[in-house]
Every structure is written in structure tokens, then in C-alpha cells.
Design a protein around this ligand. Structure first.
Ligand SMILES: [Zn+2]
Length: 673
């Protein structure tokens, strides 16, 4: 397909050259757009006013005067009247199966207090007529909004128990990492041999001790219902992502939502073999309307021959290449990337007592804040920090290290006023052992497979970069590309390495917006926060180093864009992402989160188009509006560059996608009002 595309381009270009030499027109465009603000995303970041297409190819991008040669009687002329055209958007990190609504129990990322959550979920059980013992799987739970406890429902576990004690219940966080379950589900936890032993204080200290950091507990040490990352597998949650099997109807709905969002190229950020096979199957029946790249993912633990042996990387790579071979002739589908999770997430749980720390890999130990929830307003407040270097904490750690009989948790609490667990020093965890993350990166890169790493904490970002550096040193001839998703915290000394190592950085720009409730789950564990305004103190580490898009750009790095939908929202919201990259501002509070990391409209458009195309190895055929490339583009209702000029960038998210063109065909047209 690629080769055929290239031949068409060459043919078109030579026709063009012939026409200019002979001074006679030989191309009559099918459609000519005039009077537009057409951002080309070429190397000059230029803007033109006319664009012509013939079949699936752009034959002209320039000013109106020279466009006339492409007109003949059959040419459709579209007067844009000042509207904007941009190249088709590239969403370089998206989870396609989750971007359309399903008929399940779906909280739609809305925030609820625990009291308000209970009746909603009860309704789900009734509506779905769930027999006793069946799982209630709840999708798109806003783990970072709402969930305020009450006197009656002090923990999420208590709240879910109030929903049902007859059904195991799991809330799937809308980020794919957090989870919450009721007591019924906790009882289902099985050990390695399959014995059902339950997840409780006792087993958490014995057979499940390695999952300790991923399970929230109350002051007595009992699980409080929060279970994150791999700990969700302990209770055998039936479908961790909550995504349904992809049938033809769902596959087509996904295509429609992308088209309606102006997205013509995607990287599906983590897809397992079964789902890759399904996408390939449907793509043969109903051609893709986006250039889809797949990042292969697998349950790595399934590749571990036995618990204390390393994961079998060779087997993983063989499997990858087999899948790649199996689907190599599916039009617009390519499987050339593999996904690695370096770490998890950086939100802690301030409502738990003791607070659950973030699990993302951090360069420094997390702080141990003490929170208070206002019983009237439910507002969260930091009332102090545990000094982990206090005599009491040092003594406690000494007792633990030397297996001396230690003071009981409740006696310690009574004496010190905080849980002994808050004496812990913890700097997060990697998703797998460090050697696997490195070795898998090296092996993939050496095999010419692109590597896409999920890294959240600054220590995870560093490990990803170290692994990329090592891979490039070891296999200098490899043409594989490396990219990183999220990079929520980047240590300043790593910024220049991102550029030097040619890492494509996929930020989700809409996450930058400063929400107080969200920030309270992150910042107090990183910086001493004593008041709300401390969250936005320019000298804070989190404030300075969160999503450092501007710094990466300034250092010569390449930005791309990934919505990570359905995380936070099923809708990939490209216009919101573009706006937040430019403003980093919350409309309601008017606060801006580190203006120095904001980027220009042109730069975020490049991230969403030509840079994404470069990351996905298709910059020769798409990503910019230049003659000879595929006609993939989007017509917008307003001119984003003008909004920027007028200081109205916070209106970018109001922009409507009027039409989307893919391969020279209009695949979406907004309903006319
Ligand atoms: Zn993701």
C-alpha cells in the first residue's frame, strides 16, 4: 500500500513538473478550496489561501492567483470564507475501543460523593438485572474527582458494600490504572496456586505483600477498597479495561467518532493480540478511515515461565512479529510499535487514612501529608506532614528492619497522632522489574520495532531515557523510533536528553489545566502544601516540572499529541487539547499552570500533524498540506491563529470540526443547522 502510494505521488509530481514546463494545464482538480486560512504544517509553518485535490492527492497548496490553472468545468470550488483548514490530526496515543459509549454501567467521568454514588450503582444492578454473584463492572469512574467520604460511608469499600453485598463490584478508574472494589470482591482474591484466600490485612502482609503499595488501607490496616494497577488482578476483575469485544458496529462507531473529531491518523497505544486480530478482521470488511498504527501490548506476567524467573522477551518478540506478518496486507493498518509501561500513576488518595501514596516512580521519596476533610463542605485540607526522620519513625523502622517486636498500630497512633504506615519512605515503583524494562526496550529497538513508553514520574522518565540511550548505543543501525507518553514530571536535567535522543513526546495537553481537587491528589505528596495557593506556587517542584512542553520544544525536542481517550473522557477532544497546550489555564479559576511551558498554536498544530506523522513513519504521505501528499485534512469553523493573535486562545475549544477529508474523500460533514 505504501509503495503504491509513493508511486502515485511520484506520478503526480512529474505530471506537475511537465505542466509547468509546457505552460499548459494538465491537472484539473476535483475540488478547489479558496479564501481559506490554510495552515500547511510545512517546514516554514506557512499559511496559504487555496488548496486543490485530485483523487486522493493534494495537487496544489498556495495562493489563489496560481490556483486557477487547476480549474476546469468539473472542478468543485469551495469558498471557505475565512475558515481554517489544517492537516488531518494525528492522535499519537489513544485507546480506540474505549472512545465510544457502551450500554453498561458507565459513570461518564462525572464526580460523585460516596453518598451520591450508591443509588446510581444500585440502579445499574437493577437495570442490568444482575444475578447474585455476577460482577458489576462500572466504567469511567472519576477516581480524581468527587468520592468525598461521609460519616456513614468513610471509605469507598463501605460505599460499594452499601450498593450490594451479593455482587462483586469493581469501579474501573477512567485512567486505566485506578480501581475500587467492595468486600465481596475482596473475598475473591486468590493466591498463586489459585486458592481463594481473600484480600485482607493478614494476606496483604503475607501472600500479597508485593502488592502492598497498590492497595489502599484504613487506619487499622484493612483494605479500604482502593486497588490499583496489577492489584486489580488479585480479585480476578473480569475485564480490566472494561472494553467490550470489538464487533463490526463498534468498529464503525470508532471510525465515525474519529472522523467527527478531525482525526485521520491514530496510534492505538496498547492493543493485545486478540484485539489486533479483530481490528484487522473488520478493516478487511470495512476499510479504515484513519491511518492506524498499533502499539502491541501483552500481559507480560504470562510470559514469565515461573514466578522468580525473568519474563521471556524472545517469546514476546516472536509473537509480535507473527502478528505483524499475519496482518501485513491490511490497508491503512500497520503494527510496528510495542508499548511498555515504565510506571503507574502519580495521584495519591488523600481521603484514605493513612493517605495512599502515589505509585509513580519518583526520584525523591514522597512526602507524608496529613489531610482533613471538612465535614460540611467536604473540602480537603493539608493539616501537616509526618516527619519521617522523627525519633518515633526512626525507631519504628529500626524495629521493622531488625524484626524486633514493634508497638501495635493503634498504640502508635494514640501516642503519635498518625498511623505508623506514614513513617514509611517510598519513592514509587516501576511497573515491572527494571531489568525487564531495559532489556525489552533494547530487544525491541534492536529488532527494528518502535518503542512507546508510558512514563509518569520523573524516575520513570529517566529510566525510559536511559533505556533509549542504551538501545541506540547498542544498535546504532536500527531505524526504530522511540516515543514517550505522559511524562507528567520531568527532572530539568533530563529535558535536553529528550531532544538528543530524538524521543517523540506525547503529552495529553488537556491534563495540564489546574484543577484544585486534582492537584490535591498530587502536589501535597511532592511539595509541602499548607494552603490552596501553595498548589500554584511557582517555586514548587510539581509546578515547575509538570508536562514541560515548552522546555522540550526549546531544547529542540519533538512534541506530538495524544488524547489518551477514554482516560478522563471518551471524546478525544483535539480542540480542547490544542487550547490547553496554548493556555494551560482553568477558565473557572482563571489560574494558569506554569505559563512558561505553554506553546504556540502553530507548534501544537505541528505536534498534532506533521510531528505525529514523523513519529508514525508516514511523513512522506501525510501530516502536512504539501503537493504530492495524501489529501487528509480538516475544515474548522474558526481561525485558530487569529484567536491566538487576538488573545482569545481560550476560545479554541469552541471550534467545530466542519468536515474531515481522508484520502481525498470527505468522511465527515457536520450536520447543518
Ligand atoms: Zn494510555
Amino acid at each position: 500500500m505504501m509503495l503504491k502510494g509513493m508511486l502515485t505521488i511520484i506520478a503526480t509530481i512529474s505530471m506537475l513538473m511537465a505542466s509547468s514546463c509546457a505552460e499548459q494545464k494538465s491537472i484539473s482538480a476535483d475540488t478547489l478550496f479558496i479564501n481559506g486560512v490554510i495552515y500547511t504544517a510545512d517546514s516554514e509553518q506557512s499559511v496559504v489561501s487555496a488548496l486543490a485535490i485530485k483523487d486522493d492527492i493534494l495537487v496544489y497548496a498556495g495562493d489563489l492567483d496560481d490556483a486557477e490553472q487547476f480549474i476546469d468545468v468539473k472542478t468543485d470550488i469551495v469558498d471557505l470564507k475565512g475558515k481554517m483548514i489544517i492537516p488531518g490530526l494525528h492522535d499519537a496515543h489513544i485507546h480506540l475501543a474505549g472512545i465510544v459509549e457502551t450500554d453498561t454501567c458507565d459513570l461518564a467521568s462525572q464526580s460523585f460523593t460516596l453518598e451520591a454514588l450508591v443509588p446510581r450503582l444500585k440502579k445499574c444492578i437493577n437495570r442490568l438485572q444482575l444475578p447474585s454473584g455476577d460482577w458489576l463492572t462500572v466504567e469511567q469512574w472519576a477516581f480524581s474527582g468527587g468520592n468525598e467520604p461521609s460519616v456513614k460511608l468513610p471509605t469507598i469499600r463501605k460505599a460499594l458494600d452499601a450498593v450490594s453485598t451479593k455482587h462483586p463490584i469493581v469501579l474501573l478508574g477512567n485512567d486505566g490504572h485506578h480501581g475500587a472494589v467492595n468486600s465481596h470482591a475482596l473475598k475473591l482474591a486468590a493466591d498463586r496456586t489459585g486458592n481463594v484466600v481473600g484480600l485482607n490485612q493478614e494476606t496483604l502482609n503475607k501472600e500479597f505483600a508485593t502488592f502492598k503499595e497498590l492497595v489502599g488501607v484504613d487506619s487499622s490496616g484493612e483494605p479500604n477498597g482502593m486497588i490499583n494497577e496489577d492489584a486489580r488482578k488479585l480479585v480476578n476483575v473480569p475485564n480490566l479495561w472494561g472494553y467490550p469485544d470489538i464487533d463490526l458496529a463498534l468498529y464503525q462507531k470508532i471510525g465515525q467518532r474519529l472522523a467527527a473529531s478531525g482525526i485521520t491518523s491514530t496510534m492505538e497505544a496498547s492493543l493485545k493480540e486478540h484485539d489486533i486480530d479483530l481490528f484487522a478482521k473488520w478493516a478487511k470488511q470495512s476499510p479504515l478511515t484513519h491511518r492506524m498504527t498499533v502499539a502491541f501490548f501483552a500481559d507480560f506476567e504470562d510470559y514469565r515461565p515461573c514466578p522468580d524467573k525473568p519474563i521471556n522477551i524472545e517469546r514476546l518478540i516472536n509473537e509480535f512479529t507473527a502478528i505483524q506478518r499475519r496482518h501485513k496486507n491490511v490497508e491503512n493498518l500497520k503494527i510496528d510499535t510495542a508499548k511498555i509501561f515504565v510506571d503507574g500513576v502519580t495521584e495519591g488518595d488523600p481521603y484514605a487514612n493513612p493517605p495512599t501514596l502515589p505509585n509513580a516512580a519518583s526520584l525523591t521519596d514522597y512526602l507524608q501529608p496529613q489531610f482533613k476533610v471538612d465535614s460540611n463542605t467536604q473540602a480537603l485540607e493539608v493539616i501537616g506532614y509526618v516527619d519521617t526522620e522523627s525519633a518515633a519513625c526512626i525507631e519504628l523502622r529500626h524495629q521493622a528492619d531488625t524484626n524486633l517486636p514493634s508497638i501495635s498500630a493503634s498504640d502508635f497512633y494514640d501516642a503519635q497522632g498518625f498511623s505508623p504506615l506514614q513513617c514509611r519512605k517510598f519513592n514509587g515503583v516501576y511497573e515491572r522489574e527494571e531489568s525487564f524494562i531495559r532489556d525489552y526496550t533494547l530487544a525491541l529497538y534492536d529488532a527494528g520495532i518502535n518503542v512507546h513508553s508510558h512514563a509518569i514520574g520523573d524516575r520513570a522518565v529517566r529510566l525510559a531515557l536511559d533505556s533509549f540511550a542504551e538501545a541506540k548505543k547498542q544498535s546504532p543501525k536500527s531505524k526504530a523510533k522511540v516515543s514517550m507518553a505522559h511524562a507528567q514530571l520531568v527532572h530539568p536535567s533530563d529535558i535536553s536528553r529528550i531532544a538528543d535522543l530524538d524521543v517523540y513526546m506525547a503529552f495529553t495537553y488537556s491534563w495540564i489545566e489546574p484543577f484544585i481537587q486534582y492537584q490535591m491528589m498530587v502536589s501535597p505528596f511532592i511539595d509541602p502544601i499548607m494552603s490552596e495557593s501553595d498548589l500554584f506556587d511557582p517555586s514548587g517542584y510539581a509546578y515547575q516540572n509538570s508536562y514541560p512542553a515548552g522546555s522540550v520544544l526549546e531544547a529542540g525536542g519533538v512534541l506530538v499529541a495524544g488524547s489518551d481517550a477514554p482516560v478522563e473522557a471518551r471524546d478525544p477532544r483535539p480542540m480542547l487539547n490544542i487550547e490547553k497546550a496554548v493556555t494551560r489555564k482553568n477558565e473557572i479559576s482563571g489560574r494558569i499552570y506554569n505559563k512558561s511551558e505553554a506553546i504556540s498554536v502553530r507548534d501544537i498544530l505541528d505536534a498534532y500533524t506533521i510531528n505525529g506523522a514523523a513519529m508514525l513513519d508516514q511523513q512522506d504521505i501525510t501530516g502536512s498540506l504539501e503537493v504530492g501528499k495524501k489529501a487528509d485534512f480538516v475544515v474548522l469553523s474558526q481561525d485558530l491563529l487569529k484567536l491566538e493573535q487576538q488573545g482569545e486562545s481560550d476560545r479554541i475549544s469552541e471550534t467545530q470540526i466542519l468536515s474531515t477529508w481522508f484520502d481525498g474523500r470527505e468522511i465527515y460533514a457536520a450536520p447543518r443547522d
